[in-house]
Structures are given as structure tokens and as C-alpha cells.
Design a protein around this ligand. Structure first.
Ligand SMILES: NC(=O)c1ccc[n+]([C@@H]2O[C@H](COP(=O)([O-])OP(=O)(O)OC[C@H]3O[C@@H](n4cnc5c(N)ncnc54)[C@H](OP(=O)(O)O)[C@@H]3O)[C@@H](O)[C@H]2O)c1
Length: 267
């Protein structure tokens, strides 16, 4: 088990290597939630490592345009950017479901489920599908009395059950369960996965994820100071998002990280 100082040390000095140049040559990549943070950093990496097309999604066109400009600024060789998947793209090599939020209050989404739970939509990938979850899902106690044993989504839709600060980890636990089931569905009758599906955690990354908690100047300064001191950059965190596109068929369904062994995760 890593202690907190070791985690910080790894965040600052123990980043995984970036995949080699050309690794994603000619590939088409779809990234949700790429208007900032890890998604944007991953998009820039993919482009610089040879992807032919990187499709980014965002909720607002303005933030999408700003992200596009930022990726272009960071590009070594910019190839393509498209806003519409259906019209232009015939196949996708890697679908990276990254969009996520750390809610500070209960809000229901369009489909009447707690908003952070509702974000992930099923993607279609011809080779890899990765979903950015979080190692925090490990800390949720699901025993009776601590966690609803039935009607789970209805339970978390109620304001009296909203656990400020914990909803994020609960959302990630539910995503983790879903991704594991999707990984099983991806296996064809002969036992080989048609799509390699992985839940994945990049570790602690300085991003805009804590935005809802920055309610005044002092808290904002505290959150920023902690992130600067303890967390890795989005560029460094995004390396894990890329490495998850390179997992093997034998790793289908595995929770992918760079900071914990499989053995420790299973414990
Ligand atoms: N940062 C960390 O330490 C860390 C650790 C483990 C896992 N993660 C996960 O990594 C992923 C990316 O997070 P980040 O740290 O890069 O955070 P971020 O900087 O806040 O970026 C989040 C992205 O998700 C989008 N998004 C937020 N709420 C959405 C919604 N309701 N519907 C659709 N898109 C939405 C945002 O788009 P808008 O521009 O529209 O807001 C933005 O592009 C998340 O799934 C997060 O849980 C982060």
C-alpha cells in the first residue's frame, strides 16, 4: 500500500513514460469531456503520437472551440478535428469515456438520475473502450446499513441521501460495476473480446474537477495549493489514458492504473 508522501512523490517524479511517437498512427480516437483537464491533455497527446482523427465532445460549442485551439497550439502535426461522428467516421479505434464531475450538491440529469451517475453513455469501439473511473471507488462500504441493497439509483436520487464529497466515489463505484459488465458482454462465444474494455484511474491530477468546491477565495486558494503540491499535471495524468488504449485482450475488464499492482487492487 502506498503512503501519501509516496503517492505525492510518484505524482511529481514517477510518471509513466509517454507512449512512443507513432503509436496511434492513423487511428481514430473519440474522447468525451475533452474541453479541459485530462481529456484535453489526452487529445493533444494522441494527435502528437500520430492519430489521424481525434474527436472531442463537450457540452458547449464555445468550450469545444477553445479546446480545439489549445490542441492546435500544442500539436506537433495537427491532422484533423471533427465535430460530427456519424457523418464522417467509419470506425473508431479507441473510445475514451472521460467526462466526469465531482458534484457538491444533488442535481438530477435529463434522464432523472443523479447528474454525475448519468454522464457515462455506452460507446462503440472497434478495438478499445476505456472509462475513466477513480481509485476512490475502493473506499465505499457496500454492506447492508451502509449502502442501499436495492433500488440503488432511486436511493441516490434523494436529497437526504446525498453525501457531499462521497457522491463522486459512489458514482465511480457504480461506473466500475457497469464497465465490468460491459467487458463481459464484449467477449464473443469463442472467449475473445471483440472490444477490449477497461475501467481506469489516472491517479491524483490537478484539473478543474474540484470546481464546485471552490466557493470562496480561501477555499479556492487551499484547493489550488494542495493540487499544485500533491498532484500530477494533466499532461502526466493523460499518459495513463493513452496507455489504457494499449491493453491486451487478456486484460479485458481489468482496472487499469499506474500506481497500484493488480494484487494490491484486488486486496
Ligand atoms: N483529476 C483527478 O484527480 C481525477 C482522478 C481520477 C479520475 N478522474 C476522472 O477523470 C475524468 C476527467 O476529469 P478531469 O480531472 O479532467 O476534470 P475536469 O478538468 O473538470 O474535466 C471534466 C470534463 O468533463 C466534462 N463534463 C463535466 N460534467 C459533465 C456532464 N455533466 N456532462 C458531460 N460532460 C461533462 C467537462 O466538460 P465541460 O467543459 O462541459 O464542463 C470537462 O471536459 C473524470 O471522469 C474524473 O472523474 C480525475
Amino acid at each position: 500500500m502506498l503512503t501519501f508522501p509516496k503517492v505525492v512523490y510518484k505524482n511529481k517524479f514517477g510518471l509513466p513514460d509517454l507512449a512512443p511517437l507513432g503509436t496511434f498512427k492513423g487511428q481514430t480516437i473519440l474522447i468525451t469531456g475533452a474541453t479541459g483537464g485530462l481529456g484535453l491533455a489526452a487529445a493533444a497527446h494522441f494527435i502528437n503520437l500520430g492519430a489521424a482523427t481525434v474527436i472531442i465532445t463537450g457540452r458547449t460549442a464555445a468550450r469545444g472551440q477553445t479546446a480545439k485551439a489549445e490542441i492546435e497550439r500544442q500539436r506537433l502535426d495537427w491532422h484533423n478535428w471533427q465535430r460530427c461522428v456519424k457523418k464522417e467516421v467509419k470506425s473508431i479505434d479507441y473510445v475514451l469515456l472521460n467526462a466526469g464531475m465531482f458534484p457538491a450538491s444533488l442535481r438530477l440529469g435529463k434522464e432523472e438520475f443523479e447528474e454525475s451517475i448519468e454522464i457515462k453513455e455506452a460507446g462503440k469501439g472497434s478495438a478499445h473502450l476505456s472509462v475513466v473511473t477513480s481509485g476512490l471507488h475502493r473506499g465505499i462500504d457496500i454492506s447492508p446499513g451502509k449502502f442501499p441493497q436495492q433500488d440503488i439509483l432511486t436511493y441516490w436520487n434523494k436529497a437526504e441521501n446525498f453525501n457531499k464529497g462521497t457522491m463522486y466515489a459512489i458514482n465511480k463505484l457504480l461506473v466500475q460495476y457497469c464497465v465490468r459488465e460491459i467487458a463481459k458482454l464484449a467477449v464473443s462465444p469463442d472467449g475473445t473480446p471483440q472490444v477490449i474494455v477497461n475501467p481506469m484511474c489516472p491517479g491524483m491530477v490537478k484539473s478543474d474537477l474540484g470546481r464546485e468546491y471552490k466557493t470562496n477565495f480561501l477555499i479556492s486558494a487551499g484547493v489550488d495549493a494542495f493540487m499544485n503540491l500533491a498532484m500530477k499535471s494533466t499532461e502526466g495524468g493523460a499518459r495513463t489514458l493513452l496507455l489504457a488504449a494499449l491493453t491486451t485482450k487478456a486484460e479485458n475488464g481489468k482496472h487499469f492504473t499506474n500506481y497500484q499492482s493488480d494484487e494490491d487492487y484486488l486486496k
